[in-house]
Design a protein around this ligand. Structure first.
Ligand code: PHE
Length: 447
């Protein structure tokens, strides 16, 4: 089957659009806050550089050489006596699972754009009442906004790689960069900037435990969109002669840059107005709106553009979470793009409703097992288990299963003398680190 190809800049923006998402602006600051800042940030940066970057190149390579959906690409590239490898491609399911709660969170963001346009909560306690009121008791508004998110995402997907995904990213990503960049520059002028800097970069190792290690590695995968075939699927539509190394480098740099800028900016605002960095998932929905209120008119303006930027980040990632399974439906089941997009969209939409309900007072008890509700379980299973496992499969596949000559012929011209270092990291460093994460995880699970 012939797949439409991205333009060069279209690919970079789409891959960066996939990577830069709620993970960077919503999740990273709050998990960094919960895990004490600096030491956690360092582990995350270390993982991004030494594991994430290697696996990003490997995942791009599978798509670029395979030229098809995840399952078919694995199948095409595996030697004929190793056909079981095609099941590696089923990790695309993780994307649909992530989408169940991702779409609900995008819904909250839409809700907050409207809120920012009308009136912001005047204090943290008011903001808390507002957020928990929405989360726990306002099923209908959450449903409406989750539905809007589903409709938008599915519509873009029905338009395909060029007319849908590329276009969306070419419009939204530059806007996102301008908003985050602009707000960051403003933050550097405030007194609390140095305090935020210390919180993010001065490590306090006593705050860490093995749980934070798993979270940091899981987050590195989540934020780079690795391990479930999003990058693989986009790379199947790369222009013929592409430089995977430079592309990976740009995507990793943009993703890390935006996370650090967003983190520094948020913590500066929070410290400047006396709020706490360790507020958990409610950080951008509770502490931040109250801080924006304190800022007066400028705060109102910031609130609107901030939640818009968050929505842009979420939408450009969302399409990449669903596209692998859409592509799979098209290629393997000969579905039309329209029916594949609608089928996959409905899947995450309907299960997303269960995730949504699991946060509400009325249904949380029925939807909580083993100390976590459905929403948190999906987050945990996908980010902490499925993505690292997918990454492990990819590193072994490219490191041991595809012939070295083939890998070399594509990457050596761009990696040069760094090729052996990359190959070593892919064959030994990444699998060992991921294996340790898996062991740690079992420890956590059995606690
Ligand atoms: N990288 C996205 C984020 O940071 C989430 C994502 C994960 C997207 C996996 C695609 C694949 O929010």
């Amino acid at each position: 089957m012939k797949i439409a190809r991205f333009s060069r800049i279209g690919f970079i923006l789409a891959a960066a659009g996939s990577a830069v998402g709620l993970g960077n602006i919503w999740k990273f600051p709050y998990i960094a806050g919960e895990n004490g800042g600096g030491a956690f940030v360092l582990i995350y940066l270390f993982t991004v550089m030494f594991i994430g970057f290697s696996i990003m190149i490997a995942e791009m390579l599978i798509g670029y050489l395979g030229r098809r959906d995840g399952v078919s690409s694995f199948e095409t590239l595996a030697p004929s006596n190793k056909s079981l490898w095609k099941y590696g491609g089923f990790m695309g399911m993780a994307g649909l699972l992530i989408m169940t709660f991702y779409s609900v969170v995008i819904g909250w963001i839409f809700h907050y754009i409207f809120l920012a346009l009308s009136a912001l909560p005047a204090s943290v306690s008011e903001a808390e009442v507002l957020f928990t009121g929405m989360l726990k008791d306002d099923i209908s508004s959450q449903l409406i906004f989750h539905t809007i998110a589903f409709l938008l995402i599915t519509t873009v997907l029905t338009r395909g790689i060029k007319g849908g995904i590329e276009k969306l990213n070419i419009i939204l990503m530059p806007l996102l960069f301008v908003i985050v960049g602009g707000m960051f520059i403003y933050a550097t002028t405030l007194d609390a900037f140095s305090q935020a800097w210390n919180f993010m970069f001065a490590p306090d190792w006593s705050k860490l435990n093995s749980d934070s290690f798993v979270t940091a590695v899981g987050h590195a995968f989540f934020t780079l969109s690795l391990g479930m075939g999003a990058i693989l699927t986009y790379s199947a539509s790369l222009p013929k002669k592409s430089n995977l190394v430079t592309s990976s480098l740009i995507v990793v740099a943009l993703d890390t840059g935006i996370a650090l800028l967003a983190g520094l900016m948020l913590f500066t605002f929070l410290y400047e107005y006396g709020a706490e960095p360790s507020a958990g998932p409610g950080l951008v929905f509770i502490s931040l709106p109250a801080v924006f209120y304190e800022m007066g008119v400028l705060g109102n303006f910031f609130a609107v553009i901030f939640f818009l930027a968050l929505a842009f980040a979420g939408l450009t990632s969302a399409v990449s979470l669903v596209e692998p399974m859409v592509q799979y439906g098209i290629e393997r089941f000969k579905m039309s793009r329209l029916s594949a997009s609608v089928a996959m969209g409905l899947f995450f939409y309907l299960i997303g409703i269960i995730a949504l309900l699991s946060n509400t007072s009325a249904y949380s008890e029925a939807l909580t097992f083993g100390g976590k509700n459905f929403f948190d379980w999906i987050d945990f299973i996908t980010a902490s288990i499925m993505l690292p496992l997918g990454g492990l499969i990819m590193s072994i596949f490219v490191g041991y299963i595809i012939e070295k000559e083939r890998v070399e012929s594509v990457l050596k011209p761009h990696l040069g003398f760094l090729f052996p270092i990359w190959y070593f990291s892919l064959r030994y460093v990444a699998p060992v680190a991921l294996f340790i994460v898996m062991l740690n995880l079992m420890g956590i699970l059995s606690l």
